[in-house]
Ligand binder design. Structure first.
Ligand code: ARG
Length: 427
């Protein structure tokens, strides 16, 4: 079934109909299509654009359909061109002739823009809440090891000792910024496009503020042409998700590394690892690897979506129908990634003994030694050189700084006193 056909002599070619139809994927928006239509029809009735009794009938039908969708009893009719057609067909079945008035003063162009924004608003909130849960699980993990010192790295070499909670805190900062970005993206998704109709608005006395308020939008859009041709909010959301995926790939890479035999800083519980079909001893950090790999979906979605929109003239163009495939794909992937990551951090153990061992003789407190000399009056350049020589000496003696005697320290500067051992306490 389709919502047009009056001016056509022949039915569409089968393959052409299949190629242009979007029902196979936009049926995901069924719920939002009903919610949007309920607000629209309420407005039509209030403005006397359609008789109040017809509005009541249509709304009753839409509510029935919505209830079915919410209880997963709604059967999508894949012979319909899109979800709008499918819902309208059901409304006409339930409300009779009145149902044919539902589509007054709107077009599918502003309808799909509305459906997508309603969907997006819900998903933004969901992704934010999943990010919060990952942050909580990371915080719980770091709270288990309060005060623990671990090696901090630059260039993947031991650099300076840092607190484990600061290390994990760096990841929660990243995820916090992701929440911040999404909160901002929400503001732009929260502007209501219905009423733009095909592109030029309508001569019916519609009340767009009323519709916006009903649906929880902040305000209606200003420009009708932009309303139906804008997908910036989809691109913005996907790019926020691409940044999230990049962040998850970084923390995942760290965990893959930390679970190697060489590092052995963490042990992932059996339930969250997999084995090898040939090597019986293997325990692989697959989930972290897949999380790292999932960036492909998010980055792919972003490039795909930017490409869909690139060079499109105003206003609505059917290219834009493809946006949903990218959007849904990214939403599914990022939500699933965040859910599994939350679980993972509740199922990973820090091997503190190995971490302590890794810090022996690593001279990661060399900056502290140089700073000590500066505080005693030496300039930083000379302090750097003297400490460098001290490192060389200690390496040859196979001793850590704290194992050196005061007279050994004094070989490199007379400024060293007993309190040097105090400065080395951090490690
Ligand atoms: N299926 C379209 C989409 O997803 C909505 C309908 C747009 N209007 C049209 N005349 N094809 O964007």
């Amino acid at each position: 079934m389709k919502l047009w056909g009056g001016r056509f002599n022949t039915d569409p070619d089968k393959l052409a109909a299949k190629f242009t139809a979007s029902i196979s994927f936009d049926n995901r928006l069924a719920k939002y299509d009903c919610i949007g239509s309920i607000a629209h029809v309420k407005m039509l009735g209030k403005q006397k654009i359609i008789p109040a009794k017809d509005a009541v009938k249509i709304i009753a039908a839409l509510k029935k359909i919505l209830a079915k969708i919410e209880t997963e009893k709604f059967k999508v009719d894949f012979s319909c061109e899109d979800i709008h057609t499918n819902i309208e067909k059901e409304v006409i079945k339930l409300a009779g002739e009145a149902g044919k008035k539902m589509h007054t003063a709107r077009s599918r162009n502003d309808q799909i823009a509305l459906d997508e924004k309603l969907y997006l608003k819900t998903e933004i909130i969901e992704v934010i809440s999943k990010l919060q849960k990952v942050i909580i699980s990371l915080d719980k993990w770091s709270a288990l090891h309060k005060g623990l010192i671990i090696p901090g790295f630059t260039h993947m070499q031991h650099a300076q000792p840092v607190k484990f909670e600061e290390y994990i805190g760096a990841y929660t900062e990243m995820l916090g910024r992701d929440i911040w970005r999404l909160t901002d993206a929400y503001k732009r998704a929260n502007i209501m496009p219905l009423g733009a109709c095909a592109l030029a608005g309508t001569s019916f006395p519609i009340d767009r503020k009323f519709v916006a308020k009903q649906l929880g939008f902040s305000i209606p859009t200003k420009n009708t042409i932009d309303s139906v041709s804008d997908r910036d909010h989809v691109i913005e959301f996907i790019s926020d998700c691409a940044i999230i995926a990049m962040h998850l790939s970084r923390v995942s890479e760290e965990m893959v590394l930390w679970s190697t035999k060489e590092f052995a800083y963490v042990e992932i519980s059996d339930a969250f690892t997999t084995g090898s079909s040939i090597m019986p001893q293997k325990k692989n950090p697959d989930i972290f690897e897949i999380l790292r790999g999932r960036t492909g979906r998010a980055f792919g979605g972003l490039v795909g979506m930017l490409t869909v929109m690139k060079g499109l003239p105003l206003a609505y163009n059917s290219d834009m129908q493809e946006d949903k495939l990218h959007l849904f794909n990214v939403v599914d992937s990022v939500k699933e990634s965040l859910s599994i990551l939350e679980l993972l951090f509740n199922n990973i153990k820090l091997k503190t003994g190995n971490i302590k061992k890794a810090m022996l003789n690593d001279y990661s407190d060399a900056v502290e030694v140089a700073n000590y000399l500066v505080k005693k009056g030496m300039n930083f350049k000379d302090a750097h050189t003297a400490t460098g020589k001290l490192v060389l000496y200690s390496e040859q003696k196979n001793k850590d700084f704290c194992d050196l005697s005061l007279s050994e320290f004094k070989i490199f500067s007379k400024l060293f006193g007993k309190d040097i051992y105090e400065a080395l306490k951090v490690k």
